[in-house]
Design a binder for this molecule. Structure first.
Ligand code: GEK
Length: 246
């Protein structure tokens, strides 16, 4: 995405902080924002493509729910070898979807990617071998998450997977504070000021609501998934793959 990178300075100046939204301003700086804010983002996106290659089956659908600018869809498109798969990227932010279409055109995906502006709570998942939510579910109201996961489970074929990345809350106060401090230091080292870190934190309050790993695991197994593998964690950012066997 390098050719498009515009520096994120959205919270660089003191302001009356409004609730965080995925609007045009955020879409414009998104590649820089996410790389400087999420530890391991580039590795996660690349590894999701690798995992999709392992699980994608010929003629199946692959969903990228909350696709933003299409980084995951592109990574999958470049790495899967299964024939005639359809990649479907979905996001409910018009600003993201418009830019996503431009990015995908510029980067010429080897496997076709269809992009849709839609609420993922309304998405019909069918014949899926791989479903990805890369840092998306944390923006869904907690009381709607179990039904979303159940819907994904129903739409997955046997041996299909759901790859889900989230910011996590650790289940002890001191341990949680340690992970928060390490993450803030990561942001500082990436050039964000104390003001930017604290204003972004206020903007995300009540917008991004995070769970601990045990809650994720229980929700996934309650929906029917046979195994939940935590395959990546750096500080309070993690990614897991949930496997549906039959
Ligand atoms: C990436 N996966 O680059 N329906 C559809 N989209 C939604 C919904 C919803 N109900 N709620 C939020 N979104 C991407 C990064 S960003 C993560 C994902 C972040 C969308 C929202 O518009 C945004 O584009 C995305 O989920 C979350 O790998 O910014 O921390």
């Amino acid at each position: 995405m390098k050719g498009f990178v515009i520096k994120d300075t959205l919270y660089a100046h003191p302001q009356k902080v409004a609730k965080f939204e995925f609007d045009e301003n955020v879409a414009e700086v998104f590649p820089d924002m996410i790389e400087r804010s999420v530890p391991g983002y580039v590795t996660i996106v690349d590894s999701i493509g690798q995992m999709a290659n392992r699980y994608a089956t010929e003629g199946s659908n692959i969903y990228d729910l909350g696709c933003s600018l299409g980084a995951v869809s592109l990574s999958i498109s470049r790495q899967i070898q299964a024939k005639e798969c359809k990649i479907i990227g979905i996001d409910n932010s018009e600003a993201m979807i418009e830019r996503c279409k431009l990015h995908l055109k510029a980067f010429k995906a080897p496997c076709e990617i269809n992009v849709l502006c839609q609420d993922i709570l309304q998405t019909e998942i069918e014949d899926a071998s791989v479903v990805v939510m890369n840092f998306t579910m944390q923006f869904i109201a907690p009381e709607l998450r179990a039904e979303l996961i159940a819907n994904i489970y129903r739409g997955l074929k046997p041996d299909g997977v759901l790859i889900i990345s989230e910011k996590l809350r650790h289940d002890t106060e001191d341990g949680n504070q340690l992970l928060i401090d390490l993450h803030h230091e990561f942001k500082r080292r990436n050039g964000y000021s104390e003001l930017e870190i604290s204003q972004k934190r206020s903007a995300l309050e009540d917008v991004m609501l995070i769970d601990d790993f045990a809650t994720h695991k229980k929700r996934l197994t309650d929906a029917g998934f046979d195994d939940v593998v935590l395959w990546f964690q750096c500080f309070n950012f993690a990614s897991m793959v949930a496997i549906k066997q039959k």
